[in-house]
Design a protein around this ligand. Structure first.
Ligand code: FMN
Length: 243
């Protein structure tokens, strides 16, 4: 179902015939890029179990997570679930997250400190190819934690996602309503998917909205047109209730 695209830079490439990718592959010479394992479409718990267990976890172990788990989390966050040709505005097809007008304003970054087989750094996720490309060759989690009122869970977790948005993609179609409502709603959809997928993988996460936007932008070197919306650490957690 998921075609693997090969390209040297960015996320543009020609579709090959559908092919499953069972393992992590380090690809690029120009920029450090990994093709992630194809997401699995069957898990070990039901949606209802994931919903009933979902909690925000803030005490993480530093233990590594697998590339398969990272792949699964990123796919849940914004992966392609129905590839489409001929709809360039979707940049690859329909996704695990609904989007007003299928304009997909979100971008997903992942700060990696401890994932099996992947060098630490800040990576951008490319949904269409299901690849991550390094944008900063340092994990930056300590700096991100400081930009978020020193919330230590960001620093400790082996992985941390950042959801950002290019508002203009949605405002072009929907004006103020797109800016004031739709983009934030979509970030919520993505975040809930991350929570549920984390539960399904017996990992923990926490949606973090308390941070300084300008500082986060600086730490992750976001393009001017992108605004940070959510930070979500992911990892194995201490099995204790925080409330
Ligand atoms: C928009 C939003 C922003 C949040 N920001 C933070 C945050 O900055 N730090 C934090 O520890 N939790 C944050 N949370 C998580 C809430 O504290 C948590 O969802 C709430 O306590 C309910 O607990 P539960 O998620 O385990 O059900 C945020 C949640 C939402 C929806």
């Amino acid at each position: 179902m998921f075609s693997v695209l090969f390209f040297n830079h960015g996320c543009i490439g020609k579709k090959k015939s559908p092919e499953k990718n069972s393992g992590l592959r380090k690809a690029d010479r120009e920029q450090l890029t990994y093709t992630l394992p194809s997401p699995k479409l069957k898990g070990t718990i039901t949606v209802e179990e994931a919903l009933s267990k979902r909690r925000s976890h803030r005490s993480y172990l530093k233990t590594k997570i697998s590339a398969e788990d990272l792949s699964q989390i990123l796919w849940a966050a914004y992966g392609i679930s129905k590839p489409l040709d001929g709809y360039p505005q979707t940049r690859g097809g329909l996704r695990t997250v609904p989007s007003a007008g299928a304009l997909y304003p979100l971008e997903i970054y992942v700060l990696i400190r401890n994932v099996e087989g992947i060098e630490p750094g800040v990576y951008k996720y490319f949904s269409q190819s299901h690849k991550i490309t390094c944008v900063i060759t340092k994990d930056m989690k300590e700096e991100l934690s400081l930009a978020a009122l020193n919330q230590k869970m960001i620093h400790v977790a082996p992985v941390c996602l950042l959801i950002s948005a290019v508002f203009s993609r949605t405002t072009q179609g929907y004006g103020d309503r797109g800016r004031e409502r739709y983009v934030y709603m979509e970030a919520g959809h993505s975040a809930q998917n991350i929570y549920l997928e984390a539960e399904a993988l017996h990992l923990g996460t926490c949606s973090i909205g308390a941070f300084n936007d300008d500082e986060v932008k600086k730490v992750i070197q976001l393009p001017d047109e992108e605004e940070p919306l959510y930070i979500m650490p992911v990892g194995n957690y201490y099995n204790r209730s925080e409330f």
